[in-house]
Design a binder for this molecule. Structure first.
Ligand code: ATP
Ligand code: MG
Length: 156
């Protein structure tokens, strides 16, 4: 939770400038996550900054953490932005892959963000999925295995 809060502070200014509202949905009793804090921050920062970057004014970005039935954690970053065409999905996950729309060109970057995210998620034994619909928005989900979470009762 602290990690999410600190990413929030980092990105809330940019979101506010872009006129995008940033929200979190966190369960009350978040389990302890076993992982590299710096890298988890990088995952979050990349996904949230993409969501803000590709969402127009008055749009919404939601960061949610869900505890699955199997005790694993899902991290979901959802936006109401421009979306990605289905045919472009493989490309944006690729190294340097960017969609060549005028919009994307106006939003410079290296196209490495999502590649890095995938690598960091894999390092933590997780999976990364991207669902998107043009003009509706994008949902990024990071799925961490249950071995990565510790219930507080188990922690003591
Ligand atoms: P960098 O992350 O290095 O600043 P980038 O954001 O362009 O550059 P990626 O984060 O890898 O690179 O994203 C690749 C491309 O995927 C983007 O250029 C954009 O076209 C598309 N994309 C990524 N996230 C979203 C999103 N939330 N909504 C719409 N398009 C997206
Ligand atoms: Mg990016």
């Amino acid at each position: 939770a602290a990690v999410i809060q600190s990413c929030f502070r980092m990105l809330s200014v940019r979101a506010a400038e872009a006129g995008v509202s940033l929200q979190t949905e966190l369960p009350k009793n978040l389990p302890v996550f076993i992982g590299d804090e710096t890298r988890i921050k990088q995952i979050l920062a990349n996904l949230v900054s993409n969501a803000v970057k590709f969402t127009n004014q008055d749009g919404k970005v939601t960061v949610a953490v869900e505890i699955r039935q199997d005790n694993g954690l899902n991290l979901r970053i959802e936006d109401t932005g421009i979306g990605i065409e289905e045919k472009d999905l493989p490309r944006v996950l690729d190294r340097f892959g960017q969609v060549q729309t005028n919009y994307a060109r106006n939003n410079d970057g290296t196209g490495l963000g999502l590649t890095l995210v995938q690598m960091l998620v894999e390092v933590h034994g997780g999976r990364f999925t991207l669902e998107s619909e043009v003009g509706v928005g994008t949902v990024c989900t990071v799925i961490f295995p249950p071995e990565r979470t510790l219930r507080l009762a188990e922690a003591v």
